[in-house]
Design a protein around this ligand. Structure first.
Ligand SMILES: [Zn+2]
Length: 183
């Protein structure tokens, strides 16, 4: 079912969370190859580097992975070095163009307003994200970038894919930070 916001709702969240391989499960066909497992691996690597654990993977119209990245804001001293932005930059370099028509992006966390805008500018066809982010998300929360009339390109949005694992990574990371602060 496609709502008027362009969001595609696929059955229940739990089933989506479990079905990360893109293969039919319980009679439900996942319409594209999911790369959320690779995005979660990027998030883990980001955590091990002391970054907020968020990972992103961009795949082409054929489903093959083009680029992937984890957050690098601290390492690069760059507030724009979110996983999505880094993966978009890398994919655009590979294509020698500023548009990623027909591509998909898998992100472990709901993109912020900056990244949602970048996804729209890049004309990425499909956004799949894991955990929702009421505090800083810009898709379902806050700026709700894709709902604005000024947003000229709205991707298909799928949420809740690999949500449990993505949320746990973030919770672990921030609880470690808090306990380090208290120590
Ligand atoms: Zn962002």
């Amino acid at each position: 079912m496609v709502t008027d916001l362009g969001r595609v709702d696929i059955l229940n969240l739990e089933l989506r969370s479990q079905n990360m391989s893109g293969r039919p499960k319980d009679g439900v066909y996942w319409p594209f190859e999911s790369h959320m497992d690779a995005a979660i691996a990027e998030a883990r690597r980001a955590a091990s580097r002391g970054e907020v654990p968020v990972g992103a993977v961009i795949s082409g119209p054929d489903g093959l992975v083009i680029s992937s990245a984890g957050n690098m804001t601290r390492e690069l001293d760059d507030p724009t070095a979110h996983a999505e932005i880094l993966a978009i930059r890398a994919a655009c370099k590979i294509f020698s163009g500023s548009r990623l028509v027909g591509c998909s992006i898998h992100v472990t966390l709901e993109p912020c307003a900056m990244c949602a805008a970048a996804i729209s500018h890049a004309r990425i066809k499909r956004l799949c994200f894991g955990a929702s982010d009421p505090k800083s998300g810009g898709v379902d929360h806050g700026a709700m970038v894709f709902t604005h009339p000024q947003c000229h390109f709205v991707p298909e949005v799928y949420s809740g894919i690999g949500e449990t694992e993505a949320s746990e990574l973030l919770q672990e990371f921030f609880s470690r930070l808090r306990s380090a602060g208290k120590a």
